[in-house]
Ligand binder design. Structure first.
Ligand code: SAH
Ligand code: SF4
Ligand code: F3S
Length: 468
C-alpha cells in the first residue's frame, strides 16, 4: 500500500473517533521519556490525539486519554514508567481512562510481558514502527473494548504527513532519519528503533519551509547518527535525489529564509567527514557548538564499545574542527563504568574532558541492557565504583563549566529570546549560539527575536545579561 493511502486510512479513523467524541469535552495528557526523537514523536502523537477531539491537560487525574511515550536506553527510564503506571491505575478504575503506551520500551518483549502480568489495565501498546497507526488502535479499543498490542518487529517505513502539535513556537525539531546501524555494544537503540533509514530531503526541506512561514527561528535536525544521513541509501544505489549527504542537507537548510539557527544531534565522530566540517564552517546559521559524543576516553574501552574511533582520532577530529571552524566549541555524552573500565581507562576519559573543555557534558552511569553485547560481558563494574567515578567526572565537568562561564562575563552575545523565565515571571530567557541559557530583563515583544545582550554574571547553569 502506498504511504499516502495508509495515512488516509488513519485520517478516516481520526474522523470516526472525533464523531464518537463530539460534545464530550474530552482531555488528554502525554508523558514523554527519553530523547528528543521521542519528544518529536510525542508531538506527532499529540497531533493525532488533538484531531480526535481531545484537548491537552497537564493534570493527569482529569485526562480521559493518557499516552505514554517510553524510553529504555537506561534502567531509570524504565523505572519511571512502572512508577507512573502504578499511579494511573486508580484513574483508570474510577473514570475508565484510555491508557496507551508507546515508544522504544514497547519493542522489548519482556517488558510487554511484564505489563500484561502486572499492569493489565492498559488499553493499547504500540511501538515506534506503528506510531502512525495510533488512530486505528485507539478506535479498535474504544469500539471493541479489547486490549490492543500493535508492535512490529520489522523496521517501520518512513512515514510522511502525520499531523503534529508542536510544544514550542520558536524552536522546532525535525527528524531527518530513523533508526541506527552502529550497534555500540552498550546500546539498546538499534534493537528498538530498527535499521537506519533517512527521510527524503524534499520532505525535510518542505517541513522546515513550513516552519519558517509559521515563524519558527531555530531548527534542530534529529537522528541517532545524523552525519550518515542517506549513507545506506547511497550505498544501496537508490535514487535519492541530489541532496544525498548530511553536508548537502545542511547547506540546503541554511538557505531557508526565516530560519536563523540550525542545530543537529547527534553526529557520530566516525562519520565526521571533511564535507560536513566545511558545511558547518560555510553555513552561517549553523550554530558553532557541536555535540560530539565521546562515550569514553580510553581507546581500549572505545574498542569494546564498538565506537570505531580511538582517543587519538577523537582528539585529532576536535583539533581539525577547531582549526577549520572559527570559535567552534563542543558538548558531549560520556558513559562511566562500562564493563572492564579500569582506573587508568577512566583517567583517559578525564584527560579528554580536560583537553577539550566541553561547554556541556551529559554524563551517564553505565546501565545493563538486556540483549546487548555489553550486558553479557563478565567484567561488570560495581555500583560503588561507578558512582564514585561519576562523581569525580561531575566535579571536573562542573569546575570546567564554571571556569568557562567566566569567559562569557563582559562579552556581548547574540541571544534568541525564548520566552519568560520559568523561575522568575519578570525576566526573559534565551540562549546563545553555544546553547547557554541567559536570563535578562526585557519586554515581551522581544520573544522570538535574536538580540544582543551584555553578559553580567554567571550562575553555573545560566548567565545573567542586560540589553546592550
Ligand atoms: N545516537 C546518539 C545517542 C543515543 S542515546 C549517539 O550515539 O550519540 C544517548 C546517550 O545515552 C548515548 O550517547 C550514551 O551516552 C547514553 N547511553 C546509551 N546507552 C547507555 C547505557 N546502556 N548505559 C548508560 N548510558 C547509555
Ligand atoms: Fe546507540 Fe551507538 Fe546508535 Fe548512538 S550510535 S544510538 S549510542 S548504537
Ligand atoms: Fe530512549 Fe528510544 Fe530515544 S530508547 S533515548 S527514546 S531512541
Amino acid at each position: 500500500m502506498e504511504m499516502q493511502e495508509k495515512i488516509k486510512i488513519q485520517q478516516e479513523y481520526i474522523n470516526k473517533i472525533k464523531k464518537l467524541n463530539v460534545g464530550k469535552n474530552l482531555k488528554y495528557t502525554i508523558l514523554t521519556m527519553g530523547c528528543q526523537l521521542n519528544e518529536n514523536d510525542s508531538e506527532k502523537i499529540s497531533g493525532m490525539i488533538e484531531e480526535m477531539g481531545y484537548t491537552k491537560t497537564n493534570k493527569i487525574e482529569e485526562a480521559n486519554l493518557i499516552a505514554f511515550n517510553t524510553c529504555c536506553v537506561r534502567e531509570n527510564a524504565e523505572d519511571k514508567l512502572f512508577g507512573k503506571l502504578g499511579e494511573v491505575k486508580k484513574y483508570k478504575e474510577a473514570n475508565g481512562t484510555i491508557i496507551a503506551i508507546g515508544g522504544c520500551m514497547m519493542q522489548e518483549k519482556h517488558i510487554v510481558e511484564k505489563l500484561k502480568q502486572s499492569y493489565p489495565f492498559f488499553d493499547v501498546v504500540f511501538g515506534p514502527h506503528t506510531l502512525y497507526k495510533f488512530p486505528e488502535d485507539i478506535y479498535e479499543t474504544m469500539l471493541n473494548k479489547k486490549r490492543i498490542e500493535d508492535i512490529l518487529d520489522i523496521d517501520g517505513e518512513v512515514i510522511e504527513g502525520l499531523p503534529i502539535r508542536r510544544d514550542d513556537n520558536i524552536k522546532a525539531s525535525v527528524a531527518i532519519m530513523n533508526g541506527c546501524n552502529n550497534f555500540c555494544s552498550y546500546c539498546i537503540v538499534p534493537y528498538v528503533r530498527g535499521r537506519e533509514r533517512s527521510r527524503n530531503a524534499k520532505d525535510i526541506i518542505a517541513e522546515i519551509q513550513c516552519l519558517a512561514k509559521e515563524g519558527y527561528k531555530e531548527i534542530t535536525l534529529l537522528g541517532q547518527n545524523v552525519n550518515s544521513y542517506m549513507r545506506v541509501e547511497r550505498e544501496r544505489g537508490e535514487n535519492v535525489g541530489e541532496i544525498d549527504s548530511f553536508a548537502k542537507l545542511l547547506r540546503e537548510v541554511n538557505k531557508i529564509e526565516g530560519i536563523e539557527r540550525i542545530r543537529f544531534i547527534s553526529p557520530h565522530p566516525k562519520d565526521f567527514t571533511d564535507d560536513v566540517i566545511e558545511a558547518i564552517k560555510d553555513c552561517q546559521k549553523v550554530c558553532k557548538i557541536i555535540h560530539l559524543p565521546l562515550q569514553a576516553g580510553s581507546s581500549e574501552i572505545l574498542k569494546t564499545m564498538n565506537r570505531k574511533y580511538t582517543k587519538e582520532q577523537y582528539l585529532a577530529l576536535v583539533d581539525r574542527m577547531k582549526a577549520k571552524i572559527p570559535g567552534v566549541v563542543f558538548s558531549t555524552d560520556i558513559i562511566v563504568g562500562f564493563p572492564g573500565e579500569t582506573e587508568e581507562d577512566f583517567e583517559e576519559t578525564l584527560d579528554v574532558v580536560q583537553k577539550v573543555c566541553f561547554e556541556q557534558v551529559y554524563m551517564f552511569i553505565y546501565s545493563r541492557r538486556v540483549g546487548t553485547p555489553a550486558d553479557k560481558m563478565e567484567n561488570q563494574i560495581s555500583e560503588e565504583i561507578k558512582h564514585a567515578r561519576f562523581n569525580r567526572l561531575k566535579q571536573l565537568v562542573e569546575s570546567q563549566i564554571q571556569e568557562n562561564n567566566q569567559k562569557y562575563v563582559g562579552t556581548v552575545q547574540k541571544v534568541l529570546v525564548e520566552g519568560k523565565s520559568k523561575t522568575n515571571e519578570n525576566m526573559l530567557t534565551g540562549r546563545t549560539d553555544t546553547n547557554k541559557v541567559v536570563n535578562f530583563e526585557g519586554t515581551d515583544d522581544l520573544i522570538g527575536k535574536i538580540i544582543e545582550l551584555k553578559i553580567l554574571s554567571e550562575h553555573m547553569w545560566y548567565l545573567k545579561g542586560e540589553i546592550k
